[in-house]
Write a new protein. Structure first.
Length: 350
């Protein structure tokens, strides 16, 4: 009798324990397990693990990386974030060199997809998930196997027309690609000689065809060697009255400081996206994944949009956006970029 009662009690206890275990996600035991962990305690798990790690290294192309780190460290006391900033190409080159020498220094990276494509092809990125992925459109996710991704777009910049309101008459401001051919704009437009210009040329070709580029070259467009914030300053000063390779966030920052500048989208807007990924040999994976979740979270998106003037793949801005690298292999993207860059160079051969 006692034996039967004891066996019955043991079976009830075992059933209870198994039921409890089945109702939870198994605790991650490996780096791969951690990257795909979806338990309700994911946030706490990552934070506790990151505090034990103490610090992690973030490779990024974000100009405001130091300010973002301060916000992140304030939210997660006990974690130190070290950063290394460079362009996407430079970061990819650095990571490949580190991998070749088996010195895996970086943990997480946020940069443009072309650089990430190279790292993905070299099997240096770790497929991961995040509780916020369901909110992001398919175009903003680089899919891996299952429900995992290699990277997710956390911020966007948009290429369009930026102009100086004191120099360019309101009536001459273009509202679409065709307006760029207005006689009043001949000799007034300038572009940067960089990837931004090449991507915009690709956007124009996709929307209007190769023939439109030939017509635009007759507008005596000036090509400047300076790019990024430096080129933006030429628009702010009025030296460049109008450019169709202006970045909306650069113009937005200048306008907030009182500069007489404005930005308008064209028929199709080329997007420069920044995406976040985790290295497959991350030495501090808890901190890396915690940063991923932070950047993709509503709080992180609000920070990137309101504080740092970036665009978000989660928002509808009233214009059609396009990712020039979408659907392309690394080799295909390199080929089209070389073709678009050649078109940019030809603007200077008038």
């Amino acid at each position: 009798m006692f034996a039967r009662h004891s066996l019955f009690t043991t079976m009830i206890l075992l059933s209870s324990l198994l039921g409890s275990a089945w109702g939870q996600s198994a605790k991650p035991m490996t780096l791969t397990d951690l990257a795909k962990y979806t338990g309700s305690d994911r946030g706490r798990l990552l934070y506790d693990g990151a505090k034990k790690e103490g610090k992690f290294l973030w490779y990024t192309s974000l100009i405001a990386n130091k300010e973002i780190v301060k916000i992140f460290e304030s939210k997660y006391p006990g974690i130190t974030v070290e950063t290394y900033r460079a362009s996407g190409t430079q970061l990819a080159t650095r990571v490949l060199a580190e991998a070749q020498s088996k010195r895996y220094l970086g943990d997480v990276i946020e940069t443009s997809p072309p650089g990430l494509m190279v790292l993905r092809d070299s099997q240096l990125l770790l497929p991961y998930t995040s509780p916020y992925l369901a909110e992001y459109p398919e175009a903003a996710q680089q899919k891996a196997t299952g429900d995992l991704v290699y990277w997710t777009t956390d911020r966007e910049s948009y290429i369009g027309v930026g102009y100086n309101k004191k120099v360019l008459p309101t009536a001459d401001v273009p509202k679409n690609f065709d307006d760029l051919l207005k006689p009043a704009l001949k000799g007034k437009m300038a572009i940067s000689n960089d990837d931004v210009a090449a991507r915009f040329v690709g956007t124009m070709i996709k929307s209007k065809g190769e023939g439109f580029i030939k017509k635009l070259k007759d507008q005596d467009v000036t090509v400047h060697g300076v790019n990024g914030p430096g080129f933006n300053e030429l628009i702010v000063s009025g030296e460049v009255p109008i450019s169709f390779t202006a970045i909306h966030s650069n113009i937005g920052h200048a306008a907030d400081k009182g500069a007489p500048v404005a930005w308008v989208p064209m028929d199709l807007v080329g997007a420069i996206s920044g995406s976040v990924a985790v290295f497959s040999h991350a030495q501090h994976p808890y901190g890396a994944l915690l940063l991923v979740d932070f950047l993709l979270s509503p709080e992180g998106q609000k920070m990137l949009i309101e504080t740092f003037k970036h665009g978000s793949p989660l928002k509808d801005y009233g214009f059609k956006r396009w990712y020039p690298e979408e659907g392309l292999t690394t080799s295909q993207y390199d080929q089209v970029m070389a073709r678009w860059q050649k078109q940019v160079s030809e603007f200077a051969r008038k």
